[in-house]
Design a protein around this ligand. Sequence first.
Ligand code: SF4
Length: 202
Amino acid sequence: METEFRDDENPKELKELGEALTVKYLDEAAPEIQPAAVEFQVCGHIGGVAVHGYVDLLDVQGRIIDLKSAARKPGDISNDYRFQIATYAQLILGGTGRARLDTLTKTKKPELVQQEFTIEASDVEQTQKLYPAVQQAIRAGHFLPNRSSNLCSRRYCSFWRRCEQTWGWRGLGMSRRCSFRTQGTLRLPGKRPAQRRADHLA
Ligand code: SF4
């Protein structure tokens, strides 16, 4: 598959950045990780709703390790992110609820930030209530925008025109998150950009 670059992207710079981030992770994070499974699909039911997603890494202690890159150092673990990991934790056999977010900053000198956290009962409860609520809304024909999606932008979402016509323009916020549905299964946010489709607004 051929990679397409935007006019404002420099392939050489992107390649160098990718190499620097990879070396950073291999040097500083990889040596202590004992993987049990890498890049694997999980699926199951939460609150009676079919859900699936892709987990970056599960280590032999049953800890989910998620890897992200970011423009700058991350702050606290967001609620949206806890929702994603709480979903994985319920779908992984042998998952412990322990998780770590490894963030590589795409700064001139890349940094690795590791944040440990544990999924709590309230995180699980939230997923078990929200998935059915979203499913119910979709079945009733209500497709609400989710503009905290990291795919919610004119650049990444093919449905932004329709979305703007329906819901109005975003003002400051249209840069993140979208609820979406694929063939009756709710896909998790935060993974596999190329596979995501905001089918609900097609
Ligand atoms: S459909 Fe697209 S533009 Fe609308 S909320 Fe979802 S991601 Fe954002």
